[in-house]
Design a binder for this molecule. Structure first.
Ligand SMILES: [Zn+2]
Length: 242
């Protein structure tokens, strides 16, 4: 094997380390995102981001604008980015979130984006706050980016939400988030848009909105990549941790 051939193989192996050669939607070999998953993703997207309130809608839930249904390859990609170390697939999600932010922020000047925080354990495990990174990258795609305020913090440990119904999730999340005192001046009287990757029962966004309102902010709406289309408790998704 000559030098150039060895070097090219070496470079290809290195590229595999940087960009895992597996589809983030179906795990198929060879590409980061396959044609079949691309068409599946297109089918999951709404023609325009739309208001997708959970049913039942928790009291205090801000209006939520989603770009797509949380299903199929998109669902797999969101889980892969968040829990599977597939940051390379995040560029699939950022344009969707950017569109949802654009629609949710329409008619509001001087709006600040507040991403839902990850748990401290998740940040340690993943090395990043996944929704915050997604929010910043989506915001950067906008012609007129908003200020991003990382003003919400986890206030306590929360049990795994998987398998819990709507009321149980709400009870599990009471007091889960807080606004640290250093953000209070910045937030008082400010219009804010909550940002998350997925809305399921709305319990997380409702609790985030409660904490922001307690700090004096005006929560105009929330924006997410995807919304679950619930058909009762059995459809509550699992496998996604905060
Ligand atoms: Zn695929």
């Amino acid at each position: 094997m000559d030098f150039w051939r060895r070097t090219r193989l070496g470079a290809a192996a290195l590229l595999d380390l940087v960009l895992p050669a597996e589809c983030a939607g179906c795990g198929g070999a060879g590409v980061g995102w396959c044609a079949s998953c691309a068409s599946d993703l297109a089918a999951a997207c709404f023609p325009l981001p739309r208001h997708t309130p959970p049913s039942p809608c928790p009291p205090g839930m801000p209006p939520v604008i989603a770009a797509a249904r949380y299903t199929g390859a998109l669902r797999a990609a969101i889980v892969a980015v968040k829990d599977g170390g597939r940051a390379d697939a995040r560029p699939l999600l950022t344009p969707l979130l950017a569109q949802a932010i654009l629609v949710a922020a329409a008619h509001h000047q001087d709006l600040a984006l507040v991403p839902m925080p990850s748990s401290r354990a998740a940040v340690r495990r993943r090395g990043e706050a996944s929704v915050t990174v997604l929010c910043r990258q989506a915001n950067a795609l906008l012609g007129h980016p908003h200020q991003v305020l990382e003003a919400l913090s986890p206030a306590r440990r929360v049990a795994d939400q998987a398998g819990l119904g709507s009321a149980e999730r709400r009870a599990n999340l009471v007091g889960a988030y807080a606004v640290p005192p250093r953000w209070r001046d910045e937030l008082a009287g400010r219009d804010v848009l909550l940002v998350d990757d997925v809305v399921t029962t709305g319990a997380t966004l409702t609790e985030g909105a409660r904490a922001l309102r307690a700090a004096g902010a005006h929560v105009v709406a929330s924006a997410v990549v995807a919304a679950t289309q619930r058909r009762g408790r059995a459809d509550v998704p699992s496998g996604l941790t905060r």
